[in-house]
Design a protein around this ligand. Structure first.
Ligand SMILES: Cc1cc2nc3c(=O)[nH]c(=O)nc-3n(C[C@H](O)[C@H](O)[C@H](O)COP(=O)(O)OP(=O)(O)OC[C@H]3O[C@@H](n4cnc5c(N)ncnc54)[C@H](O)[C@@H]3O)c2cc1C
Length: 519
């Protein structure tokens, strides 16, 4: 019996080997590589492309990697990572600082060979002087001594710690620099066992141990961060008995600088904002936008600059994307990597997401000299390098900081405000203005509590939304973290789990949802 079978079995193997090229070519003919179209070339869109390449592994059903197209309405990549040139020098105009535990951004910098550097003194923690301006006077000012001697600097730092303690209370006693107070406060008190930063680190755990999430709610719940989105920062801080003066002054200064908003933002956006005021902050030398351009260059992407997507229509097996250049593109998978709140993309069929407003931040760059009289002072040297402000609708700016002092009469400043800074207003704040640049950013979501989140999958098919995660917090790193999840979601849903590196991935399904609006 066995000997009878032997020749026919060998024959079958031989036949299979002979026919294998034909079978393979038929299977590849049957499934040409699908196209993934990404709208937006910021850190979110470029990270989706990067992680699609990183996690894709050929499988019998999908032997070839997808084609990737990125559409960018601007003539440059990077989105909210952009630089401005003042006096021949370049400064970050949008996203400027990264946290030492922003591991995706660190990996990108290493992978792309980008040089990292500390941000300008005004955006770092302890090397600049701070004043809190209420519109009429400085309610608090750190001591300012311009000395190169380390001993003098140390003494000034101790004196400043004492002044901060004296104003805000006993719990600040051990702090060397005022911002670290908050990082530690949040770390110890918001989450009794784990800090917010530690919880966030779960998103870097190995993919084998990390589920793929279909909703932001589940993604936040898994890391233990969701509850922080259900209460305002103010309520969280009152809950831990933080002094009202501390909340009204120092905490408010930080949330206004980082998100242009008050302490009524969600606890999670607040914690991220406060963490962005700690030590060890960094940025990419030459501009953070290089992370996006490097990822796009290294991910075999067809990049369409100056091409705005106007509509995305689902036509059964694929999406049709139409652009302002009157071009049409067919894509099996479509990814929206830009906030949908102010863009005019028409969806067919319409998609429904919770209503969200963007907070506009007007970034005004001035090369010139501040007018001490505006602040009721006699000399420019008395004006702190970082002027923060209290929450008062009549205040025309949220902060003014020194970016670079060229000489005694020539300094580059950055001003953030909720509305545009008119020439008349600038002429009252500055005694001299050599150059002025203005950028109106649709900067970040207007945060509230409880937050409502759009799903990562907009239509139940293959239309994805990276910036659904921005209601949790808006940073370069959170965009990268959301993008990684979306890339894994695409690979697991479209390319089947077999194409993913790990075999035991779980997926969370969406919750039932509430108040939505149609796009
Ligand atoms: C003033 C300011 C300061 C900030 N400071 C920091 C900071 O210090 N640290 C930090 O981590 N984060 C900071 N942020 C937040 C950070 O910039 C964002 O969270 C992050 O860059 C968002 O990246 P993204 O890729 O999701 O979106 P974006 O960077 O906004 O990218 C979206 C891209 O999509 C393009 N686009 C939009 N619509 C279309 C269309 N229809 N067709 C084609 N293209 C389209 C846009 O032109 C844009 O390039 C700051 C933001 C601002 C504005």
């Amino acid at each position: 019996m066995y000997s009878d079978l032997k020749p026919s079995f060998s024959f079958l193997i031989l036949l299979f080997l002979c026919l294998q090229p034909l079978i393979f070519s038929l299977s590849t003919d049957a499934s040409p590589p699908p196209t993934v179209c990404i709208v937006g070339s910021g850190i979110g869109g470029s990270s989706v492309a990067h992680f699609l390449r990183h996690y894709f592994h050929p499988s019998p059903s999908q032997p070839t990697p997808p084609n990737i197209k990125i559409f960018e309405r601007s003539y440059v990549v990077g989105g909210r990572m952009a630089t401005v040139s003042i006096g021949g020098e370049s400064f970050e105009a949008g996203a400027s600082i990264l946290h030492p535990k922003n591991y995706h951004a660190l990996n990108y910098s290493n992978l792309l060979g980008l040089k990292v550097k500390p941000p300008p003194a005004s955006e770092d923690d302890d090397s600049m002087s701070l004043g809190i301006w209420d519109g009429k006077k400085f309610v608090f000012k750190t001591l300012q001594v311009d000395s190169k001697f380390p001993l003098v600097q140390k003494i000034v730092s101790y004196v400043n710690s004492f002044r901060i303690f004296f104003r805000y209370g006993f719990s600040l006693l051990k702090m060397g620099s005022f911002v670290e107070v908050f990082v530690l406060f949040i770390a110890f008190l918001f989450l009794p066992k784990k800090s917010t930063v530690d919880s966030f680190l779960k998103y870097y755990e190995s993919p084998e141990r990390r589920p793929i999430f279909e909703t932001v709610d589940e993604m936040l719940k898994w890391a233990g961060l969701y509850n922080l989105t259900t209460q305002t920062l103010q309520d969280e801080l009152i809950g831990i008995k933080l002094s009202p003066l501390l909340i009204k002054e120092l905490v408010t200064v930080i949330t206004r600088i980082n998100y242009g908003q008050s302490v009524y933002i969600s606890g999670l956006a607040g914690a991220v904002s406060l963490a962005g005021s700690g030590g060890g902050l960094w940025s990419v030398d030459g501009g953070n936008w290089q992370m996006a351009s490097g990822l796009i260059n290294s991910s075999d992407v067809s990049l369409h600059l100056n091409e705005e997507i106007e509509s995305i229509s689902y036509l059964g097996e694929y999406y049709e994307l139409n652009s302002t250049k009157r071009n049409s593109y067919s894509c099996e998978v479509a990814v929206v990597a830009t906030p949908l709140d102010e863009v005019n993309i028409r969806f067919s069929p319409a998609v429904s997401i919770p209503e969200r407003k963007l907070q506009h931040t007007h970034a005004t760059f001035v090369r010139g000299l501040l007018n001490p009289a505006y602040f009721g002072l006699r000399t420019v040297a008395e004006i702190p390098e970082l002027v923060g402000t209290l929450e008062d609708p009549d205040l025309p700016f949220t902060c003014i900081s020194v970016l670079k002092q060229l000489d005694e009469n020539d300094t580059t400043y950055k001003i953030f405000s909720r509305g545009p800074m008119s020439d008349a207003l600038l002429d009252s704040i500055f005694s001299a203005r050599l150059q002025t640049n203005r950028i109106n950013w649709g900067a970040y979501p207007h945060y509230k509590a409880p937050e409502l989140f759009a799903p990562f999958i907009l239509d139940g098919q293959h239309l994805y939304y990276v910036n659904a995660f921005e209601n949790a917090a808006s940073t370069m790193e959170t965009s990268a973290v959301a993008a990684e999840n979306v890339a894994r979601l695409i690979l697991s849903r479209y390319f089947s789990e077999a194409s993913l590196q790990s075999s035991n991935l779980q997926s969370f399904s969406p919750d039932a949802d509430v108040s939505h609006f149609d796009l």
